[in-house]
Design a binder for this molecule. Sequence first.
Ligand SMILES: [Zn+2]
Length: 414
Amino acid sequence: MHLDLLEILRCPYCGGRLELVTSLFHRTDGDTITDGVLGCQCCVFPVVDGIPVLHLLPAAVKARELVEAGTPALALQAMVGLDDDEHARAFEAAAAVSTSTFKDLVDAMGPSLEGGYFVYRFSDPTFVVADAVVRAVASTVLRTGGRALDICGGSGHLTRILVPLSSPPPVLADLFFPKIWLARRFTAPGAVPVCCDGNAPLPFARGAFDFAMCSDAFMFIWMKRLFIGEMFRAVEGSARATVLINHTHNQLVWSPSHGQALTPSGYSNLFETAPARLFGESTLFDNVVTGDVLDLTQVSGPAALDAEVALTAIASRVEDVFAKHVLTPPALLGGEWRINPLYKLESHGDRIHGTLTFPSPDYEDEYGACRRYLPDEVVIDRSALSTLQSGGTSADLTDLIRRRAIVALPKGYV
Ligand SMILES: [Zn+2]
């Protein structure tokens, strides 16, 4: 972490500024802290492999003790959650090799991380909607500069979109250290990772941001009232202050991985100081799949919202946010164009035939709506694909990119 980050970090518990405790073990490289201990008036927190860990859950306490003992590699293992030597060795070996992919490292970390579906994340329907919403809202709010916060951003799949839009760079905050560690290396290089607990006050100074978002995670936060209050504190004072909650489940409609969802009126209730507009995700999904415009002028009545599986809430001081946004095709964002891994491929001379094949019935249950844009079968001209992959353009593939049969994956992802 760069020393500049200390300007916006605050202790989540006493609210005080944090400083590097120079009397304890630390490693720095110029203005960057690689490993060390940060202290405030009430406690101490570790910096592990350049990532500040600003909570006091058991792994963080253990990691801080291991940093203090001068064993930062063991502190990293503690934060990654490697509880046996075999996984620890596999992870250490994979992490040290520059050609290891996101998938290699996830495999080395153990079976539970990411549930295996991360490979398909860039084309699942939840992502496709959130991608359109984040691009429309963040690019409007941050048009004249400003900093973005992605809280509970996990492995950074959406933070990736914020990297070119946020100046200074966006902060990616999540409780789960391995995810933000992977995000820094693969999915959201350029974002600033911070490990913190969404069920506690956020470890940031008041008004450090202009745009704060939480995607696909709010229903898993128990302290929702605190969390929303903290998002508003993070953007307080900004003339462009915006809070965005993407894809949060509706208590009235069952869904897989339901979480502790609220009703639409329950969500509205949380926005006491700045009313949020609620959007039904199915309407936004229809916009993305069938049209050229994401319509954030639409207003749904209570009955329509009550019937939605998932909701998006936006509170913004920027009136232009609530407009019709022209949808632009998926961008490369420093990644590489690949045939969507949901296609089973066969080679036929100079063409590749792909058949849409779901990895499991569970996946199809939860994400089968991707059939609305992913064709059942695709035929891809090999030379057009290699032109695209070597930085050229191919009009033949434009529609497959728009339909996400060809996706921009982070470099070294799979
Ligand atoms: Zn403190």
